[in-house]
Design a protein around this ligand. Sequence first.
Ligand code: PLP
Length: 406
Amino acid sequence: MVLASINPNFALLPGSYLFAAVAKKTADYKAAHPDKKVISLGIGDVTRPLPQSVIEALRSAVDDMAHEDTFRGYGPYEGYDFLREKIAQEDYVSRGANISADEIFISDGAKSDCGNIGDIFSADNVVAVCDPVYPVYVDTNAMAGRAGVYDNAREKWTKLVYMPCTRETNFIPEIPKEHCDLIYLCFPNNPMGTMIDAPTLKKWVDYARSEGAVIFYDAAYEAYITEDLPHSIYEIEGARECAVEFRSFSKNAGFTGTRCAFCVIPHSLKVNGSSLNEMWMRRQATKFNGVPYIIQRGAEAVYSPQGRLETKALVAYFLNNAKIIRDGLSEAGFEAYGGVNAPYIWLKTKGGQSSWEFFDSLLEKAGVVGTPGSGFGPSGEGYFRLTAFGSESTTREAIKRITEAF
Ligand code: PLP
């Protein structure tokens, strides 16, 4: 018998009911209707191959590893300069955001970064999250003891500040009335597919600065922005003093299985005189040995002229699916949001159906699977998420079935 005591916060976590329940209901339906082709518009994973320029860079980096003079062993914890410099220049300086290469930390994913960043903050911080929300922010804070206990009746953690995002708020959180220390914002948003404009984002930066709070700005879907809206929080004055930003190559360049992302921590972001950049460097140096050289060369190729064209085409492909979904839903009489600056479409169910009731009728009537909005938080009740990451032909087929069935 093991006598070591475990992290008690893990015992407080509710099961990850959402995706397990979706998978079970889908499997049951398939077993009962073996002749029907079920289409999933529920996945958050890309389905197109890596861009050719990335493939070529990966191959060439494999060759580097085959020769003594170009072989690389352990790389820098914070990532190779060739990639950090490209990111600083292309993603920030060229957009008027003053970010330097030594403020960028290459990682294996925005998911890891969003979760791990909590390591450098104490358990007594007040954490604010959007409702509905990408579950990683909530669960990682719960694991760290910052969320209190889970109240099953309210479907909320007792210590987290939930910021409802509904039709009435344009699916953007309102500034909390109470004091918060750590604030998660995600734009373009998962699951709602909505975006924030510069004046509204400025209000968040001002709020964070007045409260002495830190904003964690998750811009994993930045490449999907089509309108004249901020791509980075550092385009907003004052953000260098209060914000950490997360980005990823997963959704712009198909790296979900290849794994490469980065976070930005400006030198001017200080908490009680401590540099978060230095603390994060210390954390990474202790717990992380860097992203593989080969993968970082692949990510670098995203910034080449050819890579830019190819990743743009990839994003355009998914945005076209998003348009097909959005237009089709409107035609079928649904209120549909998102899908213009994001690969997610957030629809309001009809006739007061709950999210799960709609899940069942969508599966039953159209053989299409999506994700119930209530699974992302209580304010998601009555909403439903569809994703644009499928192939164009299955997306068209799914929408044809929906317009016929509803
Ligand atoms: N942030 C958000 C909002 C996401 O939706 C996802 C993935 O679905 C991630 C981060 C994870 O990105 P990565 O693949 O870089 O870990």
